[in-house]
Design a binder for this molecule. Sequence first.
Ligand code: IGP
Length: 269
Amino acid sequence: MSRIADTFEALQARGRKALIPYVTAGFPFADITPALMHGMVEAGADVIELGVPFSDPMADGPVIQKAGEKALQLGIGLAEVLEMVRVFRQRNSATPVVLMGYANPVERYEQQRGPGSFARDCAACGVDGVLVVDYPPEECEQFGAELRGSGIDLIFLLAPTSTTERMQQVARVARGYVYYVSLKGVTGSGALKTEEVAAMLPRIREHVKIPVGVGFGIRDAQTARAIASTADAVVMGSRIIELIEDQPHERVVGVTIDFLRQIRKALDA
Ligand SMILES: O=P(O)(O)OC[C@@H](O)[C@@H](O)c1c[nH]c2ccccc12
């Protein structure tokens, strides 16, 4: 079984919900990411979503866009991100890591290193899941097969606008968990309505039999808890990026731990 499936199964057995923090790799400092990931685990993260910096991230709001630009300036590309996961894995063999990104860096990586190199290198570095925002399920047959062959889960998004057909299609191909985007908009939005999410989840679960995580606009413990009453996982990104963007190097990990501990406490209460 995959590390992601194991994680959700263990949580479900204890009646707990998954906390999935997102951070852009190489932000706010090129060398901080493995330590930040360990800190997230220490604070109670169950899965880590690691963003691959990209210059044209259409689903990202201003906060995550800026983080991506900074990381790109620091020279962080897909090869560097994979290396960070490899370093993280030297001291953590349990926590799933999901790469979150866009098709262009993946395609460039494969142009340079050959077909199939992305899945192979993800597996070699200890990546468990991949979410490529602009790869819809109908365009992912080959890519999905390569990832499956390397034991990596391909994760897909559903959104408030998703039709029943789209839910069925995603249900057929998605592995690990399905990521429900809570609202029409970009990451970091302030327009999250927990009742709307709560109303949508049973519709998704009619089709999707793997865990459903929810992200976009979850900024505090109270909201995380409300979302977790219907979802299997909560994803939080922009708020973490905001908290660390102006911190000096030595404070980044501590600030993140303090924040995530509050969220963990609320989820477990
Ligand atoms: O930032 P928010 O509103 O807390 O939402 C999480 C989100 O940032 C993270 O999962 C993410 C970053 N980039 C993405 C692109 C598409 C979907 C999701 C994402």
